[in-house]
Design a protein around this ligand. Structure first.
Ligand SMILES: NC(=O)c1ccc[n+]([C@@H]2O[C@H](COP(=O)([O-])OP(=O)(O)OC[C@H]3O[C@@H](n4cnc5c(N)ncnc54)[C@H](O)[C@@H]3O)[C@@H](O)[C@H]2O)c1
Ligand SMILES: O=C(O)[C@H](O)COP(=O)(O)O
Length: 526
């Protein structure tokens, strides 16, 4: 039975799902060294933001097949390191959207009305109504930075509260922004005009310290900033200085440059700074959503099924993957076959997607072809996650061509590989939507289903060759299951494809190429 390690607090609903297919160990609060010591036993790791999955941990996870992040942000996972090791990384892109958006809105209102400090004051026994005079958000301008899932929900609710909305998101269309009642503006204008600025972007090299001394200086002295996205988007030292010096009105933070927040000047600031301990996703509803979402994906991957929200393999709906499955098998088989025909180091792979395969949703077929191509070199270490990266690291140039014209089959796939030892090509299609057939080898038409052991010859189409080859194989006790010749012209060049019952014994290929008329012979194991 598979083993899953859950290293952060996860809702029981997720544990129940995992327990259907695996032994589940819940061990929270592990130190990195403790995690490194035990991770080698596990097939899957399920985390929230509390566990940093470093390259070292990934290297130690020799059995790991999947890392599941019960939440959105995977910035605590070294995704490139996981990808290189062929480990799927999945998350729950939508499970906590509403929770995070509501937390940002709650922060905005709390900041405007000093609710945390007013509450603390009453509980201390005071009755201070002067210190806590607030501001209304109605008719104020909210600048939304990042108009994705959370930013959009914040915008919709803020609009209903009568706020004017500005938004900055270079990847969102004007139409989408307008639908949400937002005016798309550049960042400088947003900083200058907003009374409230709410951040809903990922932390990337471009967004790190987006809010810094220089950008804070552009804001209104009354501006309030809310960060429920990621720590590090705000330069905390610059923010603390700006609040102290009255350069901005205040801020509310849920996330920090380093978590848990340690010794920090932020802790000493008064009512104009609200701090919560990364609570954006901490609602019971969101925790059930993300736990179920991610546990289901871990279960599926452990059962050999695709994950629906993998961050490091082409994201495709299960329906499309199901539809593509037979073609994925075709692509992988052809990749494996052409890789063996070409031998040596492959430099270029031309992939032609023909007929019904010439659509954008066929992208995974290219990955499957690469997986097949690299199988001889990498065996079980190559998979759908790391095939593209492994190909890139080996300098294999992949050229894709899409040709929507329909020929003999509704859809066919043609692979041509060029390597240090020459060029070979194969074409294949599905018969009756399921059965893989080779329809062409090196430009010669054939029609054979691939089998585990095969022999291909390039020879001159002349009498006696087939008999001689048959006798030679017989003398080595090799049984031929089927044989077919493909030729373009009579007595010209031809290709012979033989299915054999066992692998060819050593040395026989040399004997085959000594048969007069046979120029080349290749044996493959699929
Ligand atoms: N505090 C929490 O507990 C909590 C919970 C959930 C999500 N989050 C964080 O909230 C953030 C938003 O999550 P989401 O689910 O809305 O993500 P999302 O992918 O739906 O939206 C992110 C948006 O940011 C935009 N964007 C990317 N780079 C940008 C840039 N340089 N400038 C402006 N816009 C840019 C993208 O176009 C996208 O529209 C993420 O950082 C996520 O990790 C935090
Ligand atoms: O990216 C997320 O989903 C949030 O930051 C939530 O993090 P958490 O799962 O640790 O609460």
């Amino acid at each position: 039975m598979s083993k899953v390690l859950v290293s952060d607090p996860i809702d029981q609903a997720g544990i129940d799902i995992l327990s259907q297919v695996a032994t589940v160990d819940v061990k929270t609060g592990l130190k990195p060294a403790e995690l490194i010591e035990i991770i080698g036993e596990y097939d899957a790791l399920m985390i929230r933001s509390g566990t940093r999955v470093t390259q070292e941990i990934i290297e130690a996870g020799t059995q790991l097949k999947i890392i599941g992040r019960a939440g959105v942000g995977v910035d605590n996972v070294d995704v490139p390191a996981a990808t290189r090791k062929g480990i799927v990384v999945v998350n729950s892109p939508e499970g906590n959207t509403i929770a995070a958006a509501e937390h940002a809105l709650a922060m905005m209102l709390s900041l405007s009305r000093h609710i945390p400090d007013a509450n603390a004051s009453v509980k201390r026994g005071e009755w201070d109504r002067k210190t806590f005079v607030g501001a209304e958000v109605y008719k104020k301008t909210l600048g939304v930075v990042g108009l994705g899932k959370i930013g959009s929900h914040v915008a919709s609710v803020a609009r209903a509260m009568g706020m004017k909305l500005l938004a900055y998101d270079p990847f969102i269309s004007t139409e989408r922004a307008e639908q949400l009642g937002c005016q798309l503006v550049d960042l400088d204008l947003l900083f200058q005009q907003a009374d409230y600025i709410t951040l809903h972007i990922p932390k990337t090299p471009e967004t790190t310290h987006l809010i810094n001394a220089a950008t804070l200086a552009k804001m209104k002295p009354t501006a309030r900033i809310i960060n429920c996205a990621r720590g590090g988007i705000i330069d905390e030292a610059a923010l603390a200085a700006a609040i102290k010096e009255g350069k901005i009105g205040g801020a509310a933070l849920d996330v920090y440059e380093s978590e848990p927040l340690g010794e920090s000047e932020l802790r000493s600031l008064g009512k104009d700074l609200i701090l919560t301990p990364h609570l954006g996703a901490s609602t019971s509803e969101a925790q059930v959503n993300v736990a179920i979402d991610v546990a289901e994906q871990i279960r599926d991957v452990l059962l050999g099924l695709p994950a629906r929200s993998a961050v490091n393999i082409p994201g495709l709906s299960p329906d499309i993957l199901e539809e593509l499955k037979p073609y994925m098998q075709l692509a992988e088989t052809l990749g494996n076959l052409v890789g063996q025909l070409v031998g040596g180091r492959v430099e270029t792979l031309n992939v032609t997607l023909q007929g019904e395969l010439a659509t954008n949703k066929s992208q995974p077929l290219v990955v499957a072809a690469l997986k097949g191509l690299l199988y001889q070199a990498l065996r079980e270490r190559v998979n759908y996650v790391n095939a593209s990266i492994e190909a890139k690291e080996r300098g294999i140039r992949v050229i894709e061509t899409r040709d929507a014209s329909v020929r003999d089959y509704a859809g066919s796939l043609h692979l041509e590989a060029t390597g240090t030892l020459g060029t070979h090509s194969v074409t294949g299609a599905l018969l009756g939507d399921k059965e893989i057939h080779l329809t062409d080898v090196d430009g010669f038409p054939i029609n054979v289903p691939p089998t585990k052991y095969m022999l291909f010859t390039l020879h001159r189409d002349m009498p006696g060759i087939i008999g001689k080859l048959g006798s030679l194989l017989g003398s080595f006790n090799v049984n031929i299951a089927s044989m077919q010749v493909g030729r373009k012209i009579v007595r010209g060049d031809a290709v012979m494809a033989l299915s054999i019952d066992d692998p060819l014994p050593d040395g026989i290929l040399d004997e085959i190429t000594k048969v007069p008329g046979i120029r080349d012979a290749y044996t493959v194991t699929l």
